[in-house]
Design a protein around this ligand. Structure first.
Ligand code: CDP
Length: 785
């Protein structure tokens, strides 16, 4: 017998082509808009043109008169059913349809349901609404100003615009460390509001069957079971009569985690009309009303010893939450995992405070390709590292070397309570420095500067916590953050695997089968993966924040191991030896000492249905629920070189080097794709992508002429490298990877531009680094030098 070649059967380490692409490249995916049910009606939303205004009149009579209009829903009608407001996943409330006031531009005010989408649009145009404008609040400073109008006057006891306050760390010890510091470095930053902007917008097809009482909702959700729980709790429908189906999803990036009012409208409309109702946002609707990311102001200081040792960090964050606190994050920490900042550095002391502010902007602060504010944390961390090294007059790489945790220093507790458990941070940094040719570049940079050319190099090193959660600290609506997998091996040895996660392009259909191949030796091509239907999938908390591999992926391993344990008993029966005498190699059991006597996993599967031992239950299947003991801690080092044009402020990327340690790679090709996607988003955030508002609360960035996404034309090339430190507690040693480059990348780009122009006093330019901002900073530099 020759042992199976794991890579050949598509196990761990195989760069297996994505099986889902078979249907996607042929145009055979089933996205929400592909779903057409008999008798289906179409829904459109009338949105507020104003950011803050009292509603004085709503007249829907003309809309009702349009032939083909079947239903016009107002906030008043929702209120009669106790549905005008709904709870958010962050324990706030959110208007489903406005009754008293509108609180952001784009807020949902009236819903029209009609025979086709065009009639529904005409119906929207026929609705008359009078508003009495109120002053708009568009940033935390205005929100906290004395006498500012109270946005959430609907909330009993709300006397100002504070959404939350939060703190962590040891304030007194931090003050003492700052008093003893040789140097105190400070930095203020704004991480601008950006939008995940999936290519497919949010939407739902709600289908209530009055005959059976069953509600089926097809929707673009990253977390179908959470939605089922929310519908059961909000609409008080029996949970077993609710089926949420998440079909193929055209990108999520955190935008499709929250429960949006549109879903509730569509469900109620289907119940009231007795017909299926389809709602799909247009692009502007998606950009102005659904979960944005970031919009955080940071003010921080670092206490330093002259030799480069960081003694303590202190920071304050102001988050602009918009009109409703709906950031849909599963921790008990109000500002998500912001306090994971500085986890890769050996810093003993720190103190963080945060305050959330209501403003007249769309609600959100979602984990846009990020683990709940980790992007802001890592951006701030790496910008602060650069400022501190500059203040000390120390080399950027050397300053990191002095402070990065050593390989022997694990596990280690950060001053904010996280347990970092593994990593080779110094090696990762060195691989990056060697790849970019750090010393050589510094020489080139100095020579270029003599000739008036501005070259810069930016480093970003970071570890981040991926894979919420452990159930002690992470839950949504009280439901713990575990995940699940169910594996059924059929009698011919082919298998079906279902998980509680939901892929939105990450390739789970490919990689989960690879984990089964690794555990059982069943070729990955013989395993079909299904996700996203709450009637069939085991209960899970969905896919966001790169949690799938750390949690659902681990559950896949554990389910396969349960199957293997049962198959071992069957093998012992087939081989007529005791179980203790049975050994395992990939795909096959054999008799200890007589390796030629064996039974393949496929033979065991057949026997599980046709020749099982006496007293054994037939069948070969298992379910596993996995509650991770800790988060996983991938590490990365991103290094970018740029050239800035001193005349125009335009900057070009010269090279991007990425070194990622995501533990064991299931599918190296998919991992590389994830890293390239993340780096592209990092480049977008650093160079062009943001949403802003004018003084009246009008959103700038409501379409793709104003909200820029990089195309293949602008996006630089990426040079990828790897270091592998297996995760000590994950069954196959894997860590999450999907978001790492989007989280750690932006600081590398910004640090590079600041490095190019910062020699005379430019400490910061807020993202995106548009040429005019860089040019303005260059003027400061020239006037200083
Ligand atoms: O939760 P999400 O799927 O967005 O993120 P992830 O767990 O980081 O996984 C993204 C994709 O990369 C999935 O297809 C994973 O199976 C794959 N991956 C991998 O092949 N090896 C790893 N160590 C981590 C992720």
């Amino acid at each position: 017998m020759t042992a199976l070649d794991e890579v050949k059967i598509g196990g761990l380490g195989a760069s297996r082509l994505r099986v889902e692409d078979q249907r996607f490249v042929r145009g055979r995916g089933t996205y929400l808009d592909d779903i057409k049910l008999p008798g289906m009606l179409y829904m459109e939303i009338v949105r507020s043109p104003l950011a803050h205004a009292r509603i004085t009149r709503i007249d829907t009579s003309k809309a009702w008169q349009i032939p083909g209009v079947r239903l016009v829903l107002t906030g008043e009608m929702m209120a009669q059913r106790n549905l005008a407001w709904m709870p958010t996943l962050s324990y706030d409330t959110q208007a489903v349809l406005a009754t008293d006031k509108v609180r952001f531009q784009g807020q949902e005010v009236v819903v029209v349901v009609a025979d086709d989408p065009y009639i529904a649009k005409d119906g929207c145009d026929a609705v008359e609404i009078d508003y009495e404008p109120l002053p708009a609040i568009v940033n935390p400073e205005q929100s906290a100003a004395p006498g500012a109008p109270i946005i959430r006057d609907d909330k009993p006891g709300q006397t100002d615009n504070t959404c939350y306050r939060w703190e962590v760390g040891d304030r007194e010890a931090t003050e003492r460390a700052f008093a003893e510091a040789d140097v105190v470095s400070s930095l203020k930053l704004h991480y601008p509001r950006s939008h995940p902007s999936p290519i497919e917008c949010c939407g739902a097809v709600a289908d209530f069957d009055a005959g059976t009482g069953k509600l089926t909702v097809y929707m673009t959700t990253q977390a179908p079971h959470i939605v089922r729980a929310a519908v059961a709790l909000i609409a008080e429908l029996p949970e077993h009569q609710i089926r949420i189906v998440s079909p193929d999803i055209g990108g999520g990036f955190g935008n499709k985690v929250p429960v949006y009012p549109g879903y509730v409208h569509a469900i109620l409309a289907s119940i009231l009309t007795g017909r299926p109702v389809k709602w799909i946002e247009d692009k502007t609707g998606n950009l102005i009303s659904t979960g944005f990311g970031r919009d955080m102001y940071l003010d921080a200081q670092m206490a330093l010893r002259r030799d480069g040792k960081i003694l303590a960090v202190r920071m304050h964050a102001d988050t602009d939450q918009g009109a409703f606190f709906a950031d849909a994050q599963p921790s008990k920490f109000k500002v998500g995992l912001l306090h994971s900042a500085f986890a890769c550095y050996d810093i003993g002391i720190g103190y963080i405070t945060a305050q959330g502010h209501y403003t007249n902007k769309a609600p959100g602060g979602v984990a846009y390709r990020c683990s709940f504010r980790v992007t802001e944390a890592m951006f701030f961390q790496e910008r602060m590292m650069q400022a501190a090294a500059t203040d000390l007059g120390m080399d950027q790489a050397e300053f990191r070397r002095i402070n990065l945790r050593r390989d022997v220093a694990f596990p280690a507790r950060t001053p904010f309570g996280f347990l970092v458990d593994s990593g080779q941070y110094h090696k990762c940094l060195q691989v990056g420095l060697d790849a970019i040719g750090y010393d050589e570049f510094r020489r080139e940079q100095a020579a270029a500067r003599e000739k008036g050319r501005l070259l810069g190099i930016g480093i970003s090193t970071m570890t981040e916590p991926l894979g919420a959660g452990n159930s002690r600290e992470y839950d949504i609506l009280g439901i713990k953050m575990f995940d699940s997998a169910e594996l059924r091996v059929h009698l011919t040895g082919k298998a079906i695997l279902r998980t509680g996660a939901r892929t939105q392009g990450q390739g789970h259909e490919t990689t989960w089968a690879q984990i089964v191949a690794h555990e059982l030796g069943i070729p990955a091509d013989d395993v079909v993966v299904e996700e996203g239907d709450t009637d069939t999938a085991p209960y899970g908390m969905g896919t966001y924040a790169s949690r799938s591999t750390p949690v659902a992926g681990a559950a896949v391993s554990m389910a396969a191991r349960k199957v293997r344990a049962k198959a071992r008993k069957i093998a012992a029966h087939l081989l007529e030896v005791s179980e203790e005498d049975v050994e395992w190699e990939l795909g096959r059991f054999y008799v200890r000492g007589a390796p030629e006597r064996g039974a393949s996993i496929q033979e065991c599967a057949m026997a599980a249905y046709s020749n099982m031992p006496d007293g054994m239950e037939p069948g070969l299947e298992a379910t596993a629920y996995y509650d991770p003991p800790n988060l996983t801690w991938p590490f990365a080092c991103y290094i970018v070189t740029v050239e800035v044009d001193p005349e125009t402020g335009v900057w070009d990327v010269l090279r991007v080097v990425a070194v990622d340690d995501c533990g064991v790679r299931i599918n190296p090709m998919i991992v590389e794709g994830q890293i390239m996607g993340g780096l592209t988003e990092a480049y977008a955030m650093a160079s062009m992508q943001f949403q802003t508002y004018d003084a009246d609360g009008n959103m700038i960035g409501a379409n793709y002429m104003d909200y820029l996404l990089p195309t293949a034309w602008e996006t630089p090339g990426f040079e990828l490298h790897e270091v592998v430190t297996p995760c000590p507690h994950h069954p196959i040693g894997a860590k999450g990877v999907g978001e790492c480059a989007a989280v750690g990348g932006p600081a590398a780009f910004v640090n590079a531009v600041i490095d190019a122009i910062g020699d005379a006093g430019v400490r910061n330019i807020d993202m995106p680094l548009l040429p005019d901002r860089v040019w303005t900073a260059l003027q400061t530099r020239q006037s200083v030098s």
